[in-house]
Design a protein. Structure first.
Ligand code: GLA
Length: 430
């Protein structure tokens, strides 16, 4: 097999960032370090990570780039390609969670984007690390892809963690960084999400699907079979990933819907566990399938649907693992679309434009399967498509979405309203 050259980030993107940082810090271009932190997709295993379920994930060849140099003292100074202003703070200042430290709950744009960097410092401090070295950095995400359900927030959090660790010569494992990013989101920002996003970003490997048991935190990387690739006598992956944007953007931390669903799942777990005579943490992964079957009639209709999503999604992930491992993309795609439907009908988290995009995608020529990406309250749908159909599929989706959502579609740049991606690699310093 040949060596795969990833198309992202390109040399010109990196050069641009190195120049900006060199100018900010007054140093030579070649001392600038770069973190690349890709966006992730979750084909199967949606909304079950916070309940300790098993999820599947992969990164794409788009994401966050953070250029930085150690600042030589405790001062952090950051600028962003997307947001105005600059963020500055010291790494020897103790950080408190945002809901406790009201002075941090500033609504200024520059302070909001800076909260992930402060959150990274908070997490490292919580882990017992005493940082001495700040960074001077410039952060920049792939244009138009922020707040899209591709987990740009975890990609940003991971990028700051890796940069601060590198500047302070801290040797931290991916497993520890998964926990640190959890501290940023759950404790510092107060979002009760699971560990899917950062696990995907930190553990993925080009061309593999990552399976992660969010209860035991064990993961494995599954390659599609070599046979399939060799038959086609190519090293290229035979599918593309389509991202179809709805035009709706809202950060999850500002939407109460996500935490509400987490509470409902816990409530369902509480009832099922009580009926089974078990006294353990009320999360659905603590309920056995048989216990669920025996006691599900005790759940009110809403809670019954949330639990049904959890148990059926876990099953789809297990089937998906087999399908992916045997190179059966048709079957894998069907499972993704079934997962999408369960998110709509059982988890009830889709909004109209995303449901319309989902419906368009599953009838698009060449598409194996589709679902909405991330939590489903905004952002984009993700689809696996036969590589040779990618362009045609992208045009079809743009045309059809314009018909059903002319207003939202008018906000989208028609060039980038559907993006064709390849698989990506894990977050790293280059
Ligand atoms: C968001 C959360 C994740 C996960 C997904 C839905 O991305 O941050 O923890 O729950 O939604 O699968």
């Amino acid at each position: 097999m040949g060596v795969t050259v990833l198309s992202w980030p390109s040399d010109s993107e990196l050069d641009k960032i190195r120049k900006i940082v060199a100018e900010m810090a007054g140093v030579a271009v070649d001392v600038v370090r770069i973190v690349v932190s890709p966006y992730r997709i979750c084909p199967l295993g949606a909304h079950i990570d916070h309940q300790g379920g098993t999820v599947s994930a992969m990164t794409v060849d788009k994401g966050i780039i953070l250029g930085f140099v150690p600042s030589g003292d405790p001062q952090v100074l950051l600028k962003s390609g997307q947001f105005s202003g600059q963020v500055s703070f010291r790494v020897d200042q103790i950080q408190l969670p945002k809901h406790i430290d009201k002075s941090n709950g500033n609504t200024l744009e520059e302070c909001k984007w800076g909260s992930y960097a402060k959150g990274a410092l908070y997490a490292l401090q919580r882990g017992g690390n005493h940082l001495k070295q700040g960074i001077i950095g410039f952060i920049c995400g792939t244009k138009g892809l922020d707040s899209s359900g591709l987990s740009s927030s975890a990609a940003v959090g991971v990028a700051y963690l890796l940069a601060l660790e590198s500047a302070n010569n801290l040797n931290i494992s991916p497993t520890e960084n998964i926990e640190y990013d959890r501290l940023i989101e759950n404790e510092y920002l107060g979002l009760k999400n699971g560990i899917l996003d950062q696990s995907a970003i930190l553990l993925s490997s080009y061309g593999c699907l990552t399976f992660m048991d969010c209860k035991t935190k064990k993961h494995k990387l599954i390659h599609p079979p070599k046979l399939e690739m060799e038959k086609k006598s190519e090293t290229k992956i035979p599918y593309k990933i389509l991202l179809a944007f709805s035009g709706l953007k809202q950060a999850l931390t500002t939407n109460p819907g996500y935490n509400r669903r987490v509470s409902e799942c816990r409530e369902a777990a509480k009832i099922l566990l009580k009926a089974s005579g078990k006294e353990v943490e009320p999360i659905l992964s603590n309920v056995e399938q048989e216990e669920y079957e025996a006691h599900k009639s005790k759940l009110e209709p809403d809670l019954a649907r949330r639990a049904e999503h959890y148990f059926s999604e876990n099953m789809r992930v297990i089937k998906g693992l087999e399908a992916w491992g045997s190179g059966n993309f048709e079957e894998f795609g069907k499972l993704i679309s079934a997962s999408g439907l369960s998110s709509i009908q059982n988890y009830e988290c889709g909004c109209e434009p995303l449901i319309q995009l989902y419906e368009i995608l599953i009838r698009t020529p060449g598409v194996y399967g589709a679902r909405f990406s991330g939590a489903g309250f905004r952002g984009c749908c993700v689809a696996f498509v036969k590589a040779e159909y990618a362009e045609e599929a992208s045009l079809f989706v743009k045309k059809e979405y314009l018909k059903v959502q002319p207003h939202l579609a008018s906000y989208l740049n028609q060039e980038t309203s559907v993006v064709i991606c390849d698989a990506g690699d894990c977050a790293r310093i280059i």
